[in-house]
Design a protein around this ligand. Structure first.
Ligand SMILES: [Fe+2]
Length: 231
């Protein structure tokens, strides 16, 4: 049994389509949308591959038509692409996103998986990296074999003894200084982190084609090419 674990695709079809893996099940731990400009292709891929999904903070905001808050940095990039999403996506797409549950537990072959985007304390928004003690605390009472999370765009793997917590990193907007797309394969209980190059030029061109302002395209391009740096 080969399980593909993805997070934080962020409407980057060039990155998602570069993943060339054989898999039996895809687990997606949230943030299909915002930042990039190809949400339709990314949602079609998730549907076509019958991905088991949970909701990210950006999926929630797009589906619920929440206006982006003004601000700088990533907030500014969110604002630049949110309205483009509402132009591209139809009601069926928004309903598909709205139905992503906030958390879910699944059993696959011999293992159990808890899926959520951020943390059990605040499944949409809490930002928590590889802090073993904090994860232990937040997972009190949960006994799944694997806990799959996203949100930080930084991959990590924690061994808590009976339980493993993993963040596959971001498919479409890595922020750990490595611009390559990041994901995980779990095969027969073994966890493998992978990175692949993808066509960043195509992702940037997609933003231009979607009508993003040149200054914001440049800002976004810097993030993609540097693996998370704004300037
Ligand atoms: Fe994200």
């Amino acid at each position: 049994m080969r399980i593909l674990v993805l997070a934080d695709i962020h409407s980057n079809w060039a990155a998602l389509s570069a993943i060339d893996e054989r898999f039996d099940v895809c687990l997606f731990v949230g943030d299909a949308v915002d930042y990039g400009t190809a949400p339709r292709e990314c949602l079609d891929w998730l549907r076509a591959n019958k991905a088991i999904c949970v909701r990210g903070n950006h999926d929630h905001a797009v589906a619920q038509r929440i206006k982006p808050r003004p601000g700088a940095g990533f907030r500014r990039l969110t604002a630049a692409t949110r309205s483009i999403h509402w132009d591209i996506l139809n009601e069926k797409d928004l309903t598909y996103l709205a139905k992503f549950p906030v958390t879910r537990q699944v059993s696959i072959a011999d293992h159990t998986f808890l899926m959520l985007h951020a943390t059990p304390r605040d499944p949409l928004d809490e930002y928590l990296t590889d802090d073993k003690e904090a994860w232990q605390q937040r997972l009190t009472g949960n006994t799944t074999d694997f806990v799959c999370v996203g949100h930080t765009h930084v991959p990590f793997h924690l061994d808590l003894g009976e339980q493993q917590v993993l963040n596959p990193g971001s498919v479409g907007q890595p922020r750990d200084g490595d611009p390559r797309s990041s994901y995980v394969i779990i095969e027969d209980g073994r966890v493998e982190f992978r990175r692949i190059d993808y066509d960043i030029d195509a992702a940037v061109q997609s933003m231009r084609d979607a009508g993003m302002a040149p200054q914001l395209v440049e800002m976004s391009e810097n993030v993609l090419r540097s693996g998370g740096q704004m300037a």
